[in-house]
Design a protein around this ligand. Structure first.
Ligand code: GLN
Length: 250
């Protein structure tokens, strides 16, 4: 008991002296790592009240904890994340972000932490788009600057598809429910969340484009190695799987 009292007193003393410099909050004085994301991408990052939660938010939190940093999440348009990282405004980008050769020209990526596919969302009834081939002449909603945008722009824009680009996936889905586009091409898990939240739309069976999600970091940053070490430990001890299962299930 005496020992505990002594410890408490010692802790109070440290706090009192620290108060002169900081407010002695538990995390006070800890260095921050800023994560750039677009928090409208359930289940990877989305708002629960005013807090950003999701697979990426929790994996990032676990990485920061291992590295001794406090995680700060900066929400922005998806299209701005890479610039935030290359300009040093953010330390890393994590946003269900797919590793692509084009992105690798401006940033480095850590090891991948999960995989995904692109899928097509269409109206449940009387859909003009019944399979991938129908995209050629369809109007397609995508999220600006995403791999969905890149694929349909490369593959179908020349053949006559009309690409409508939105800042948020949710806005593309809204356009679909309003009949303003024929289909939306987006990552599979957010697609499932959108279909669950909106009546009258479904995901077509044929997914395309297998992708690896990873964290982007400024070129030649020491952080890549540090994050990779933390990530491999978190994969090995089952934390990454536990977080993914919590949001997606089997
Ligand atoms: N995985 C896609 C990409 O990297 C979409 C990511 C997103 O919209 N957050 O482009």
């Amino acid at each position: 008991m005496k020992k505990i009292i002594a410890l408490v007193l010692a802790a109070m003393l440290v706090c009192t002296s620290a108060v002169m410099f900081t407010s002695c909050g538990a995390e006070e004085g800890k260095k921050e790592l800023h994560m750039a994301t677009n928090a409208f991408f359930e289940p990877y990052e989305y708002y629960d009240g005013d807090k950003v939660v999701g697979i990426d938010a929790e994996i990032a939190e676990a990485i920061c904890e291992k590295l001794g940093y406090e995680l700060v999440i900066d929400d922005m348009d998806f299209d701005s994340i890479i610039t935030a990282v290359t300009s040093g405004k953010a330390d890393f980008g994590m946003a269900g972000m797919t590793v692509t050769d084009e992105r690798l020209e401006s940033v480095d990526f850590t090891d991948s932490y999960t995989t995904a596919t692109q899928v097509i969302i269409v109206p449940e009834e009387n859909s003009k788009v019944k399979g991938i081939d129908d995209l050629e002449s369809a109007s397609i909603g995508v999220q600006l600057g995403t791999t969905g945008d890149i694929y349909v722009s490369d593959e179908y824009e020349k053949s006559g598809a009309k690409i409508e680009r939105f800042n948020k996936g949710a806005d593309a889905v809204l356009a679909l429910t309003q009949g303003k586009v024929d289909a939306v091409v987006i990552d599979n898990e957010p697609a499932k969340a959108f279909v669950a939240q909106n009546d009258g739309i479904k995901i077509l069976d044929d997914p395309f484009a297998d992708e690896d999600y990873a964290i982007c970091v400024a070129k030649d940053s020491e952080l890549t190695e540090q994050i990779n070490t933390a990530l491999s430990e978190l994969k090995e001890d089952g934390t990454v799987k536990k977080i993914i299962d919590k949001y997606i299930g089997d």
